[in-house]
Design a protein around this ligand. Structure first.
Ligand SMILES: *Cc1c(COP(=O)(O)O)cnc(C)c1O
Length: 380
C-alpha cells in the first residue's frame, strides 16, 4: 500500500499537473470558457455571505433570461445534469402517479427508470433512436393512460442527436390535464428552449454542455402549476438533498440553510450565464446552427452519413455513422493521441454504430470544426 506521510520526497508525480488541455468535441463536458475559469478563482466566501447572496440572485435572474421564463422557482441544483433530472422527477412524482415518458434514446430511458424508482406507474411511448415524437401519437398515448399527471420528454437527446419539437406537444399535454417535464441539458444556451413561450412546466439543464462551464450545477425551473403540484404533495419528497420545498427556502428571501452551496461552481455558472446574455440568445443559437452546418457539410464531403434526418438534427450534438471498415475505438484513440481532440462513441443501441460530436458553448467554433474535419480526413 502506498503511504503518503512517510516522507514528502516519496510523493508520486502529480497526475493533475500532468493533465493535457484537450479539445473537447464530445457530448460533454465541453470546453470551459476562459472567463469562467477565471471567475472560479474568486475567493471562496460563506454560503450566507451577503456578497455571495448577490451572486445567487444574479444566477437566478440570468437563468430566467436563458430559460426565457418568469418562473419564480428558478435555481441551480448542486450536481450534474442527472441531479437536475432526479430533482425534477423526485419532486413531481408521488407514488401511484401515472407518468408518460416519451423515449427515443438513452436519457429518455433514464427518466423512465427514475420515475419508476420514485413509485410512478410509468407508461413508455417509444420510437427508434434518432426519431422524434409527433403530437398525435402523444395525444393517443395520453388517452390510453388512466389519469396522467406528467409527461416527460428529452428535447435534445444527446445519445441520438435528435431535437424534439415541443410547442404542439405542450398543448396536447395540458389539454389532458398533465404537466410537461422537459430535459434541456444539451439545448439550453445552444438551441431555443423557451420555457414560457412553449409552456414547459418543469425544465432542467446542466452547466457542462452549452453553457460553457465545468460539470457541477443543474439549472432548474418550475412553472406556477408545477409549484402548485409541489405544494399539494401528499407525501414529502423522498430525497432530502433534492427537496425543492427546502431548496427554495435557501434560494428565496428566507435564506434558510439547507446544504453548503458549491461556491466556486456558482461563480462559474454566473459568469457562463453572463457570457450567454452578452452574446444574446438568438445570436448564440445561430452560432451553434452555423457551426453545426459546417460540420454536417464537411462530414458529408468526407463521404460519411449522418444518423438523423436534417429536419430533426440537433445543432449542439451530431451523430455520424461509423463507415464500414473503420475501427470505432481506434479512430477515437488517434484523434485523442495525435490531435488532442475528444469525440465520443455511441451509447446504448447506437454503440459501435455512430460517433457523437459535440459543438457546445465555447466548443462551437469554426476553427475547431475545420481542425476535426482535417484530422478525420487524415485518419479515415
Ligand atoms: C448529459 C445529459 C444528461 C446528464 O447529465 P450529466 O451531467 O452527465 O449528469 C441528461 N440528459 C441529457 C439529455 C444529457 O445530454
Amino acid at each position: 500500500m502506498m503511504v503518503y506521510n512517510q516522507s514528502m520526497n516519496n510523493l508520486p508525480d502529480d497526475p493533475v499537473l500532468a493533465l493535457p488541455p484537450r479539445i473537447l468535441l464530445g457530448p460533454g463536458p465541453s470546453l470551459v470558457d476562459p472567463r469562467v475559469q477565471r471567475a472560479m478563482l474568486a475567493p471562496v466566501v460563506g454560503h450566507l455571505d451577503p456578497a455571495f447572496l448577490k451572486v445567487m440572485d444574479g444566477v437566478q435572474q440570468l437563468l430566467r433570461l436563458v430559460f426565457e421564463t418568469q418562473n419564480e422557482l428558478t435555481l441551480a441544483i448542486s450536481g450534474t445534469g442527472t441531479a437536475g433530472m432526479e430533482a425534477a422527477v423526485a419532486n413531481m412524482v408521488e407514488p401511484g402517479d401515472a407518468v408518460l415518458v416519451c423515449s427515443s434514446g438513452y436519457f429518455g430511458e433514464r427518466i423512465a427508470e427514475m420515475a419508476r424508482r420514485y413509485g410512478a406507474r410509468v407508461e413508455t411511448l417509444r420510437r427508434p433512436w434518432g426519431q422524434v415524437f409527433d403530437p398525435d401519437e402523444v395525444s393517443q398515448a395520453l388517452q390510453a393512460t388512466n389519469r396522467p399527471r406528467l409527461v416527460a420528454l428529452v428535447q435534445a437527446e444527446t445519445s441520438t442527436g435528435a431535437l424534439q419539437p415541443l410547442e404542439e406537444i405542450a398543448r396536447v399535454v395540458h389539454a389532458a390535464g398533465a404537466l410537461l417535464l422537459v430535459d434541456a441539458v444539451t439545448s439550453l444556451g445552444g438551441a431555443p428552449v423557451g420555457v414560457d413561450r412553449v409552456g414547459i412546466d418543469i425544465c432542467y439543464s446542466g452547466s457542462q454542455k452549452c453553457l460553457g462551464c465545468p460539470p457541477g450545477l443543474a439549472p432548474l425551473t418550475l412553472s406556477p402549476a408545477a409549484v402548485q403540484k409541489l405544494e399539494s404533495r401528499r407525501s414529502p419528497v423522498t430525497s432530502f438533498y433534492l427537496d425543492l420545498s427546502l431548496l427554495r427556502r435557501y434560494w428565496g428571501p428566507e435564506r434558510a440553510y439547507h446544504h453548503t452551496a458549491p461556491i466556486s461552481m456558482v461563480y462559474a455558472l454566473h459568469e457562463g450565464l453572463r457570457i450567454v446574455a452578452e452574446e444574446g440568445l438568438e445570436v448564440r443559437w445561430a452560432r451553434h446552427l452555423r457551426n453545426a452546418g459546417l460540420l454536417w457539410q464537411g462530414l458529408e464531403a468526407l463521404g460519411l452519413e449522418l444518423h438523423v434526418e436534417v429536419a430533426h438534427r440537433l445543432p449542439p450534438l451530431t451523430t455520424v455513422c461509423i463507415p464500414p471498415g473503420a475501427d470505432d475505438l481506434g479512430v477515437r484513440r488517434r484523434l485523442l493521441d495525435e490531435y488532442n481532440i475528444e469525440i465520443s462513441g455511441g451509447l446504448g443501441e447506437l454503440k459501435g454504430k455512430v460517433w457523437r460530436i459535440g459543438l457546445m458553448g465555447f466548443s462551437s467554433r469554426p476553427e475547431l470544426v475545420e481542425l476535426l474535419l482535417a484530422a478525420l480526413r487524415k485518419i479515415l
